[in-house]
Write a protein that binds this ligand. Structure first.
Ligand code: ATP
Ligand code: MG
Length: 256
């Protein structure tokens, strides 16, 4: 890994980039994953590389869904496995959710490498190798486990493709997406859209789960019932606009 000095103004972003590159080098992340990360970085830049308030609301609602679910599953791809393996394992642990590897550019070898990588970070059982059920989609992300995503009632899909997100919603599942682009098909179709970097969102969700585990089911349902995903998307768009306006003002550039 290239040495990045901690006082570098883009430290967090550069470390994230290094982790993804390392993921590709060890065969966990696909090359296409690098490009997806690039798009994420661009949106993170626009939003100000911070967790906005509406993302905190969405993260708490997502946790309420996970804690009230009958069969919660966390779907894991090559990017999230490289970026946040420890947080994924912790979240599955505290929320009692299953973990399932699900890849767009699928190969059995890569599925197994990701499972081993998660186990090295403390995971117990990780689903995804069986692939004994199919969603009605024409690409490899259709391949799922019967006892995992196929039968789940709540699915957390950090970094999802729009097609599959829509399909999971059509199947009647609650879909929680983490996506820095509030305009992606994924963001627009998920039940709960967390417009935040996965590196921040997963850590926050682990923290909230520990705290909210003390709440009773009625309290958790109350949090869910008062939620409006469209408001969260609108707030993310507004946050991007305000961030750009402030940046322009700081640089003495007139906002027209
Ligand atoms: P969709 O299929 O939903 O319309 P897309 O085709 O534009 O989305 P994909 O390539 O399918 O995008 O998936 C990448 C998505 O993940 C992008 O929207 C990008 O902003 C987001 N993303 C990438 N890296 C991160 C990250 N670290 N944290 C949060 N979101 C990210
Ligand atoms: Mg897509």
């Amino acid at each position: 890994m290239t040495h990045i000095p901690e006082d570098h103004p883009r430290y967090a972003s550069l470390i994230t980039r290094e982790k993804i590159v390392e993921g590709v080098q060890v065969g966990i992340t696909s090359q296409q994953g690098l490009v997806a990360q690039g798009r994420g970085e661009a949106f993170d830049y626009l939003i100000g590389e911070r967790t906005i308030e509406s993302a905190v609301i969405a993260e708490r609602v997502a946790v309420a869904y996970l804690l009230t679910a009958e069969r919660p599953v966390i779907s894991i791809n090559g990017n999230t496995a490289a970026l946040v393996p420890g947080s994924l394992v912790s979240l599955a642990d505290v929320s009692e959710a299953e973990m399932e590897v699900n890849l767009f550019h699928r190969s059995d070898a890569r599925v197994h490498r990701i499972i081993e990588h998660l186990k090295a970070h403390g995971a117990g059982n990780v689903l995804g190798a069986k692939g004994d059920a199919r969603l009605d989609l024409s690409h490899d992300r259709a391949i799922v486990d019967q006892e995992g995503i196929y039968g789940a009632d709540v699915v957390l899909v950090p970094l999802e493709d729009g097609d599959r997100c829509q399909k999971l919603v059509e199947m009647g599942k609650v879909v929680i997406a983490v996506d820095l682009n509030p305009l992606s098909r994924t963001s627009l179709s998920a039940t709960v859209t967390i417009v935040d970097n996965v590196t921040r969102a997963l850590e926050n969700m682990v923290y909230f789960t520990k705290e909210m585990k003390k709440d009773n089911k009625e309290q958790l349902r109350g949090i869910i019932d008062s939620y409006d995903n469209r408001k969260v998307l609108a707030d993310a768009m507004y946050a991007i606009q305000e961030n750009l306006k402030n940046q322009a003002a700081r640089e003495g550039i007139e906002w027209i």
